[in-house]
Design a protein around this ligand. Structure first.
Ligand SMILES: Cc1ncc(COP(=O)(O)O)c(C=O)c1O
Length: 391
């Protein structure tokens, strides 16, 4: 029998990280253990305090059945408490917060709630694939907002055609930004909110990296406005909990209420013992500070090594990434390949793989992304090898 895959599946390209994995596998087959800065998946263990809470939760809830779709009351109250401590915002745990299976679940499924066929989503480019893929599966179209160095990696809202703005239902933003590491400012958020207001577009702020900062803590857009705004949060990068799959959405109760109608049709709630682990994580800031210092050391080691071979210094204020400009005469892919050569064996992601060709350019071209996830020893080893590179 012929197996016919749906058109919407045929239209999607491969997931960039699957391509990175293939190259790494090839090197391993040749007996080389590459130092992997490819995927933003922390390698340090999840802190003990969180693992312990998870184990205790398993015992405590040995016959708890299906978890709640929106998260249990204690979890939502803890999120509300944390949001007040961290951002100074008051959220109603019943109507303005719901749990998610990491932020990816909610990001991908969210457009189903608001996009009709042919509607537009406005999404940053480069950016997290689920913003546009979720739109695609909801039969909407994505209008890409290119992030360019000359605009400090902020979108140029003035360049969006009026007819697109009129058909747009969602605007995805993400600051601190993956991959460019750009940081949010109050002025920028005000501009975003004005666009949302003027054209009746829901502002969906992916705030997965607000806790990964080096000096000054970034604010949440919810601190400025709640009407028409929703934020997506995650414990994956704050607390090394990528494997746990836990996060939340918070904001305008009308938006949350609409998503509450969609989610139970798609998947289930976050496991109760994972919510226990998340509560322990949110109540502890010590481990977050320790992780921040680890990222700072790694950031400085790698920035210095690139600087020694004449590359422009990138000095991110946040995220777990470096967005390194490649040397003159190289494309993103050329430079990634140069770093992957046997004598260096450092895995990076070419910026061009993280972006779409849009409006005549690939805005990620000219950059490589490094996720600062290998151990500090491996980072030092990588830095020594980078310093010996002949460009
Ligand atoms: C910008 C951004 N949003 C969302 C996610 C999804 O993270 P998670 O589903 O682990 O919360 C990621 C993961 O790397 C990301 O970089």
């Amino acid at each position: 029998m012929d197996i016919a895959v749906a058109e919407r599946v045929n239209k999607i390209g491969s997931y960039a990280f699957a391509d990175v994995d293939n190259i790494v596998d090839q090197l391993k087959k040749e007996g080389i253990e590459p130092i992997d800065f490819g995927v933003g998946d922390p390698t340090l263990p999840t802190p003990e305090i969180i693992r312990d809470a998870c184990i205790k939760g398993l015992e405590k809830r040995k016959s708890s059945g299906y978890p709640s779709y929106i998260g249990n009351e204690e979890y939502r109250k803890t999120v509300a408490w944390w949001s007040k401590q961290r951002f100074g915002i008051d959220l109603d745990p019943d109507t303005e917060i719901m749990s998610t299976i990491g932020s990816k679940e909610a990001i991908f499924n969210f457009p189903e709630t608001f996009i009709n066929p042919g509607d537009y989503t406005l999404a940053l480019n480069p950016g997290y694939p689920a913003w546009s893929r979720g739109t695609h599966f909801a039969e909407g179209k994505t209008y890409y907002l290119n992030l360019l160095p000359e605009n400090k990696f902020l979108p140029d809202f003035g360049s969006i055609p009026k007819k697109v703005l009129k058909k747009a239902k969602l605007l995805w933003i993400n600051y601190p930004n993956n991959p460019t590491t750009a940081f949010p400012t109050k002025e920028f958020y005000q501009e975003v909110l004005e666009v949302g207001d003027r054209y009746n577009i829901i502002v969906a702020s992916d705030e997965s990296y607000t806790e990964n900062y080096y000096d000054e803590p970034p604010q949440s857009i919810l601190g400025l406005k709640r009407d028409g705004v929703v934020v997506f949060q995650s414990l994956s990068k704050r607390s090394n909990m990528t494997c746990y799959r836990v996060g939340w959405i918070a904001g305008d109760s009308r938006i949350i209420s609409a998503y509450k109608k969609v989610k139970p049709n798609i998947d289930s709630g976050t496991a109760t013992f994972i919510q226990d682990a998340a509560i322990a994580a949110l109540k502890d800031e010590k481990h977050v500070k320790v992780l921040r210092e680890d990222y700072r050391k790694k950031r400085d080691i790698i920035i210095n090594s690139f600087s020694k071979i004449g590359l422009e210094r990138c000095e991110p204020k946040g995220t777990i990434y470096l967005w390194q400009k490649v040397p003159d005469g190289y494309t993103s892919l050329d430079f990634s390949k140069k770093l992957l050569a046997k004598e260096v064996a450092v895995v990076t992601t070419p910026g061009s793989w993280l972006s779409q060709e849009a409006h005549g350019v690939n805005p990620g071209e000219g950059f490589v992304r490094l996720a600062l996830v290998p151990s500090i020893e491996k980072v030092k080893e990588a830095a020594r090898k980078i310093e010996n590179l002949k460009l």
